[in-house]
Write a protein that binds this ligand. Structure first.
Ligand code: ATP
Length: 212
């Protein structure tokens, strides 16, 4: 049974923090594929600065040639807020034989109880949380009890069941945010080495983050 990692985000723009984390999660969880799903309208935050097609194009360029990395534009094609639970339901209908693993950074995981219909996510997918060395769910007392019954430490157990379990994976921390990249690009500052070179060139050529 194939395992598909689902990496959602605003990707405004995609940066090397996203990419390195996706790669390490793919290796640690033995995922056959990682799908990058840019959100059209992220529900719990401000609207993206750059339009959907451009954000998707940057993802496409960033992952080109990376074995097992794929762009999935279904959230961009769906009207209304981009609820992950709808995305996973749709994916499960389309891929009934695959195992879906929702990939989250710690910041996204900590906000999970605010997501639309979040408990239903576990009907469709496992969740893998990429965290910094030394971080533990035990430090987050309000979340620890919500997830305690779902956490598995052993990646083999995680693979046996269809959905509903949570696993924590230690990954290299690259403290980069898209917010910082946008601010630098808007100010005309140098964004070399924060994003893949093809993304930096796209941002420069289109001027998409420049202040008009
Ligand atoms: P913004 O600064 O605009 O909020 P962001 O950099 O946090 O953006 P998103 O597109 O909102 O990026 O994040 C998508 C996913 O990537 C989330 O699961 C988030 O936790 C994760 N993520 C964001 N930044 C990093 C990073 N530096 N390293 C690993 N994962 C990250």
């Amino acid at each position: 049974m194939r395992r598909i990692g689902i990496f959602g985000g605003t990707f405004d723009p995609i940066h090397i923090g996203h990419l390195r984390s996706a790669l390490e999660l793919r290796q640690a969880l033995d995922l056959d594929e990682v799908r990058f799903l840019p959100a059209r309208l992220p529900p719990n935050r401000e609207r993206p600065q750059v339009e959907s097609a451009m954000r998707a194009e940057m993802v496409s360029r960033a992952i080109a040639g990376m074995d097992g990395f794929m762009l999935d534009c279904r959230e961009l094609e769906r009207p209304g807020p981009s609820y992950m639970v709808d995305t996973l339901a749709d994916l499960q209908r389309e891929l009934p034989r695959e195992r879906l693993v929702l990939l989250l950074g710690t910041d996204a995981f900590l906000g999970l109880p605010d997501w639309h219909d979040w408990e239903r996510l576990f009907t469709y997918a496992h969740i893998a949380v990429a965290h910094r060395p030394g971080w533990s769910l035990a430090y987050e007392s309000s979340l620890a009890c919500l997830f305690a019954d779902r956490v598995v430490g052993n990646l083999r157990d995680f693979a046996r069941t269809r959905a509903g379990e949570v696993v924590f994976v230690e990954v290299t921390q690259l403290e980069i945010s898209a917010t910082t990249v946008r601010e630098l690009a808007t100010a005309g500052a140098d964004i070399h080495f924060l994003v893949p070179e093809v993304v930096r060139e796209f941002i420069e050529e289109t001027g998409c983050y420049r202040r008009d």
